[in-house]
Design a protein around this ligand. Structure first.
Ligand code: F0G
Length: 368
């Protein structure tokens, strides 16, 4: 099916599907809906590495630089391309914000409509603004993300919409590409992979990606997967549904994750762990990463960094890094851009007072 947006004579912009076509469920019949997602930087972080010590190397996979500012775009390009192949005319998703921003953008790109169902009052401003800007139909429900997802699944049974939440296997397939990229850059899998866990699609996808690459002999080993949930929204850690999940990290405010079992399997099979992080630790890690490494992420993304600190420094860590081999390689995925959630920072910003427009006044204000 030749679609209008692929007929330009110029080389097509690259994206996850063009890069990893042979690993994805696409064929010549699949119209590619892409915004040039993926190929995000794997940043060596000296200050983080020093904090771990003993020659260990820490890399941050910065997913905030994807087209809509989060990792969701990797899965969305595949899910929306496949939905188009199957003749969908409308997408639907529940979201804590990033999935809806991504779905809305890819729907706009594909020329189809998009409905997003969100927990009212629980979405960071930047993400809501994105869904609006891309022209999605936004419905705010008086309930949690888990309620929103339940409603979306019921609506989808009537067949009017293609669901693009991570219960859609095409989303997981696309998100595997982040693991492929890490192996392609490092030359092998890392020893440890740390990331935040919400609906648990991403940890499921990374693990599948690492396994697939090893099976195809692109890597010789598998990392231990270590996931972090916010302490007030930690169903997998506590092994029970959390009716009223609560955390400042709104992206991972989820009490009944869809990929719960798969996440458990990834953790068990990789000999990894699941742990919890307090809101204070999340905010401290967000600030630290911005000020010490120049990487500004949203609170949920900082959960993995807070988790790294916990592994290194706390006696209560579910996984201690105090005895890991010297020179281990650790990758932390930061999942979304800091600008998506300005409230999280504005609250901590000091009031900005103006000064007269003279060199002397500015010097005085700087403290010279
Ligand atoms: N980090 C960010 C920034 C997210 O937006 C999400 C999930 C996660 C981590 C957790 O990933 O769900 O695969 O375990 N956000 C979803 C959403 C739920 O609707 O945008 P997960």
């Amino acid at each position: 099916m030749q679609m209008e947006w692929t007929t330009s004579k110029l080389p097509r912009e690259t994206g996850v599907i063009e890069h990893y076509r042979e690993y994805l469920p696409v064929s010549e019949a699949t119209p590619i809906v892409s915004l040039g997602e993926g190929n995000t930087p794997l940043i060596y972080c000296l200050q983080l590495s020093k904090r771990v010590g003993r020659g260990c190397e820490v890399f941050v996979k910065n997913e905030g630089v994807n087209p809509t500012g989060s990792f969701k775009d990797r899965g969305m390009t595949v899910a929306v391309s496949k939905a188009m192949e199957h003749g969908a005319t409308a997408l639907i998703c529940a979201s804590t914000g990033n999935t809806s921003a991504s779905a809305a953008a890819y729907a706009a790109r594909a020329g189809i409509s998009c409905v997003v169902v969100l927990p009212v009052g629980k979405i960071a401003t930047g993400k809501l603004l994105q869904a609006f800007a891309y022209g999605a139909k936004i419905v705010a429900v008086e309930g949690s993300f888990d309620d929103a997802l339940r409603i979306v699944c019921e609506l989808a049974q009537h067949g009017d919409f293609a669901v693009v939440n991570s219960i859609n296997p095409d989303r997981i397939a696309g998100q595997k590409s982040a693991a492929f990229e890490i192996v392609d850059v490092l030359g092998d899998a890392p020893d440890f992979h740390l990331l935040p866990v919400g609906n648990a699609g991403n940890i499921t996808a990374y693990w599948a990606g690492y396994q697939e690459y090893q099976a195809r002999r692109r890597s010789t080993k598998l990392p231990e997967m270590i996931g972090f949930q916010a302490a007030g929204a930690a169903p997998i850690f506590y092994n029970r549904i959390i009716e009223k999940p609560d955390t400042i990290a709104s992206a991972i405010r989820i009490g009944n994750p869809a990929s719960w079992k798969q996440a458990r399997a990834a953790i068990a099979e990789s000999h990894g762990a699941i742990d919890i992080i307090s809101d204070e630790e999340i905010i401290a890690a967000q600030t630290w990463l911005a000020r010490r490494e120049g990487i500004f992420v949203e609170p949920a993304s900082a959960a993995g960094i807070a988790g790294l600190f916990k592994c290194c420094e706390s006696d209560e860590a579910a996984y201690s890094f105090q005895k890991i081999p010297d020179a281990s390689r650790i990758v932390c995925t930061v999942t979304g851009h800091g600008l998506k959630d300005p409230e999280a920072v504005i609250e901590r910003m000091k009031e900005l007072k103006s000064v007269p427009a003279t060199v002397e006044d500015v010097q005085r204000a700087i403290g010279l």
